[in-house]
Design a protein around this ligand. Structure first.
Ligand code: FE
Length: 357
């Protein structure tokens, strides 16, 4: 944990000095030097507002937020260099956190609080300098299928998606999207590069259409009948399941969901996470903010706000859509998310060779 120079001691001595000058305006150090933390966030959910307000209430540290997508944030950090006002970076994929890390955009931190709260497999590998990023919520990459056309048993492993029996059925977003790069990196860990490349070739051969759109478009593609089976992150599905719009209800009725590989290595899990910016000016406040994100109350807000699971294992949430999907729990892949980045270059080369756009 990082300690600030005792503000209470300074405040007390200043108060004593000021009391000698009756009638003079008394300015506390807190007022003179407002405590802030500057956040660059790729998360923009209404519930996050409450999260930041609670942090300010608890610590007196004001949160200034800049919203952008992951790629925009990384580009901005690079362009701003040492002049960057960013203190904390919130990103929504392990592959992007890995990218920011190897581009030298993060400052390693040492925090017993974070090391205790966040499981080792959901954070960057620690070095002597500390840890560069921590996951604060998890999401699974699952299979959705057309209940009328596809048997659950034919699509309940990632491997089977490449089987000829599923020819003409598969829809995915771009293979190069970070969510797929991370999944394929995990598959590479389990099957090895040669088998993974064969598998990817099978995926391409089974496509119902060229990769396009986002995960929600794949879910809609299954509901419309254009696709028989697709890959999606759980929160996109949860959003549809929790929607009261008739069109979403119709989609939810048509599709089935399966958490793949429950009998083998488990379903691939990714994270949303945070890092302290390399050129942070308010490092202590940044660490405090990240430690706050690991508290049970913040974990609840953070995870539920986007229909994810808390990274802190002891925090349990009661999300109706996630409960309905999993039936309570599921077997998650044990590959550390820090490994996902390191396979990415290899994975992209394989994608190029098999023609997976
Ligand atoms: Fe997303």
């Amino acid at each position: 944990m990082i300690h600030l120079a005792s503000p209470l001691a300074r405040k007390t001595s200043l108060a004593l000095a000021a009391s000698a000058f009756v009638g003079l305006a008394f300015v506390t150090p807190a007022q003179a030097q407002e405590q802030v933390v500057n956040l660059y966030s790729a998360r923009h959910y209404p519930t996050d507002e409450a999260l930041y307000a609670d942090f300010t209430k608890a610590t007196g540290i004001k949160v200034n937020r800049v919203d952008a997508d992951d790629a925009g944030i990384l580009a901005r950090l690079k362009a701003e260099g040492t002049a960057s006002p960013a203190d904390v970076i919130l990103l929504v994929d392990a592959a992007r956190l890995w990218r920011g890390d190897i581009d030298g955009l993060f400052k390693p931190v040492k925090s017993k609080t974070l090391e205790t709260a966040i499981p080792e497999k959901l954070r960057a590998r620690a070095t002597d300098e500390g840890t560069t990023w921590f996951g604060f919520s998890t999401r699974a990459r699952v299979v959705v299928y057309d209940k009328a056309r596809v048997n659950k048993g034919d699509v309940d492993t990632y491997e089977e998606l490449a089987d000829p029996k599923n020819k003409g059925l598969l829809c995915t977003r771009s293979g190069s999207h970070p969510y797929n790069l991370s999944l394929f990196s995990a598959v590479t860990e389990h099957l090895g590069p040669a088998k993974t490349e064969q598998w990817m070739k099978g995926l391409v051969a089974n496509m119902a259409r060229a990769p396009q759109g986002g995960d929600t478009d794949q879910i809609k593609g299954v509901a419309s009948g254009e696709c028989g089976v697709a890959l999606t992150n759980t929160y996109y599905l949860a959003r549809i399941m929790r929607s009261s719009a008739p069109a979403d209800k119709a989609i939810a009725d048509k599709i089935g969901v399966v958490f793949p590989n429950q009998q083998s290595w488990g379903t691939h899990v990714n994270i949303a996470g945070a890092a302290v910016a390399k050129n942070a000016k308010n490092t202590a406040n940044a660490v405090k903010f990240m430690e706050y994100l690991a508290t049970p109350a913040a974990q609840n807000h953070f995870a539920n706000g986007n229909n994810e699971w808390p990274a802190v294992a002891s925090v349990k949430i009661d999300n109706p859509a996630l409960n309905a999907m999993t039936g309570g729990s599921f077997k998650a892949d044990t590959v550390p998310v820090s490994v996902l980045g390191s396979n990415q270059v290899k994975v992209q080369q394989m994608l190029d060779r098999v023609g997976y756009k």
